[in-house]
Write a protein that binds this ligand. Structure first.
Ligand code: PEP
Length: 252
């Protein structure tokens, strides 16, 4: 009943020319029925041309970050109205690389998520524990803290408009994928936490798994009852690989 989402996080990869080359190979390979939903998250510089190339088709385009204010003295930042003007429909928020390398905080995310929703952008909120936290058996506590803090100002009935990506930090870009059981356990915990605020919204919210998803492991990960797709980094850079992952999701 929840339509799966396959999101491609290109990080700081692909010039405009490379993005065009990818889409020319990828778009014709998409299933005709529009399932699963596909979201491409290019760097800012490629957003407008990717929106243009995806126009009229099933693929949506999301940014990889945004500032919570609409405008202001925030050098180097980009706001929701600026993204909307380009035809962007969503935004990744709280990716672990932003949290770790660029000081993204739960306080900022608590403002960014409602700002994205208010502007009409679909937020893809990333949460996840690092290796030390998993080893110390703190995964549940970390996920609970992030979900509670980052979504604190989203009204219960709006929670279903947020897409959550469970991304264990130790699995991102490492080739080490969470086991299907670990992915399911975390997704179920997130859904349960959301259900405490609004049970029907929690049933509808899409929870993605992210962390070294490849064509070979996608199908098993997405077969889990609480996993509604994937956020894919490295394997989304090659059109053939990402198309294979989309097909794997469609067959579940
Ligand atoms: C990501 O960047 O969100 C990600 C999951 O990367 P990778 O698939 O390369 O692990």
């Amino acid at each position: 009943m929840r339509t799966p989402i396959l999101a491609a996080n290109w990080k700081m990869h692909k010039t405009v020319a490379e993005a065009e080359e990818f889409l020319n190979a990828f778009l014709p390979s998409l299933p005709a029925d529009g399932e699963p939903e596909v979201v491409i998250c290019p760097p800012y510089t490629a957003l407008a041309p990717v929106v243009e190339l995806c126009k009229g088709g099933p693929v949506r385009v999301a940014a990889q970050n945004m500032h919570e204010e609409r405008s202001g003295a925030y050098t180097g930042e980009v706001s929701a109205p600026m993204l909307l003007e380009l035809g962007v429909q969503g935004v990744v928020l709280g990716h672990s690389e932003r949290r770790k390398l660029f000081g993204e905080t739960d306080e900022a995310l608590a403002r960014k998520v409602p700002a994205a929703l208010a502007a009409g952008l679909e937020p893809i909120l990333c949460v996840g524990e690092d290796e030390g936290q998993r080893d110390a058996d703190e995964t549940a506590a970390i996920l609970t803290r992030q979900i509670d803090a980052d979504l604190a100002d989203v009204p219960g009935e709006d929670l279903e408009r947020v897409v959550i990506a469970y991304e264990p930090v130790w699995a991102i870009g490492t080739g080490r994928t969470a086991s299907p059981e670990q992915a399911q356990e975390a997704a179920a915990l997130i859904r349960e936490r959301l259900a405490a605020r609004d049970s029907s919204a929690a049933e509808r919210v899409r929870i993605l798994y992210g962390g070294s998803v490849k064509p070979e492991n996608a199908s098993e990960l997405m077969r889990q009852p609480d996993a509604d797709g994937a956020l894919v980094g490295g394997a989304s850079l090659e059109a053939q690989d990402f198309a294979a992952i989309v097909r794997a999701a469609g067959s579940e």
